[in-house]
Unconditional design. Structure first.
Length: 121
């Protein structure tokens, strides 16, 4: 018999964090569809690979937690070795669905340089 060492409060916080993560993925996928990427869709927690799929050449990792570790997230994207651009999208505390334009996107400098050069900068 397995005994959980988490309190009821810890379990609720963990469940709430997972729900917030899934909801953030859903919101971002819809936002991307609304902005021209008709095939963008949420994959769901626990699935391997990108959190949002359906956009060729893009690997999106969605983070919706207060203890964001950028180095670990960038390493996670790099380790997946997908072809294309790896981007972490962060939903910060206090940002709801209406504030999605203010969510933060993080990418590696190497990828930023590539984007800038590809667009004539």
């Amino acid at each position: 018999m397995r005994v959980s060492h988490l309190s009821c409060e810890d379990k609720l916080v963990s469940k709430s964090r997972k729900v917030r993560g899934r909801e953030s993925e859903r919101i971002l996928a819809q936002y991307l569809r609304d902005h021209g990427w008709a095939h963008a869709h949420q994959v769901g927690s626990g699935a391997a690979g990108s959190d949002i799929q359906g956009i060729d050449g893009l690997d999106i990792e969605v983070k919706a937690r207060s203890k964001f570790d950028p180095k670990a997230t960038m390493q996670q994207l790099k380790d997946r070795k997908t072809k294309g651009l790896g981007v972490a999208v962060m939903r910060l505390n206090g940002q709801g669905e209406a504030a999605i334009d203010d969510w933060v996107a993080v990418l590696r400098v190497e990828d930023l340089v590539y984007l800038l050069k590809a667009n004539g900068y």
